[in-house]
Ligand binder design. Structure first.
Ligand code: ATP
Ligand code: MG
Length: 184
């Protein structure tokens, strides 16, 4: 320990999980679990992701009414199987952004997770400025968690806690598809 004095952090944090390695969404879900254990309420709004049976969808239901999950994306963009026009992805992202504004503004949740929001900004479905406004409007006590690859430098600058997941190894490199219970 250095000779700095440390004090209790009584305000909420803006947290960014970004980078090309696996674990961003998983880390946010881990925070959700921890917060619920302290009796806090958590809202998760997912950009890009649509109603796909990720394990966490059923898993979060088991945490009961303390966790609210909304998947408002239109699915993966530009991958095989995506036949939707970009306008549809944009409209979905705008809807997710509006839900985020409302959820943060209403302040009914101690922690709000905006999953894959950085990806939505990188793909120009929303603006970086929109994310910065969400950070500014956050009630003092609320924790705001922002995940996704390619977080913008301005968002990183505005956050309190930033972790970059860096890929060192991933089974994908050896030709393995995503694994149930690990990747989805
Ligand atoms: P997770 O949801 O597993 O925490 P993530 O949020 O860090 O992953 P995303 O960029 O959202 O990663 O990608 C989601 C999917 O892509 C997951 O199935 C994940 O395992 C996979 N993935 C993540 N990182 C890599 C990587 N470096 N190479 C290949 N696939 C990856
Ligand atoms: Mg993710």
């Amino acid at each position: 320990m250095d000779d700095k004095t440390y004090r209790k952090c009584t305000h909420g944090l803006t947290i960014v999980y970004t980078g090309n390695g696996k674990g961003k969404t998983t880390a946010a879900l881990g925070l959700c679990l921890r917060a619920v254990g302290h009796g806090n309420k958590v809202a998760i709004i997912q950009f890009i992701k649509s109603n796909w049976p990720y394990g966490e969808v059923e898993g979060l239901k088991r945490l009961g009414p303390d966790v609210h999950l909304e998947s408002l994306g239109a699915g993966c963009i530009g991958l095989p199987g995506d036949d939707k026009p970009i306008e549809e992805h944009k409209a979905a992202a705008q809807q997710a952004l509006e839900a985020a504004r409302q959820t943060i503004g209403e302040a009914n949740y101690n922690t709000v997770i905006l999953d894959e929001i950085h990806v939505a900004a990188k793909l120009n479905l929303i603006r970086t400025q929109d994310i910065l406004e969400l950070i500014r409007m956050k009630p003092t006590q609320m924790n705001l968690v922002l995940t996704g690859r390619d977080a913008h430098d301005d968002v990183i600058a505005a956050a309190d806690l930033v972790t970059e997941m860096r890929e060192i190894k991933h089974p994908f490199q050896n030709g393995y598809l995503g694994k149930q219970g690990i990747d989805f």
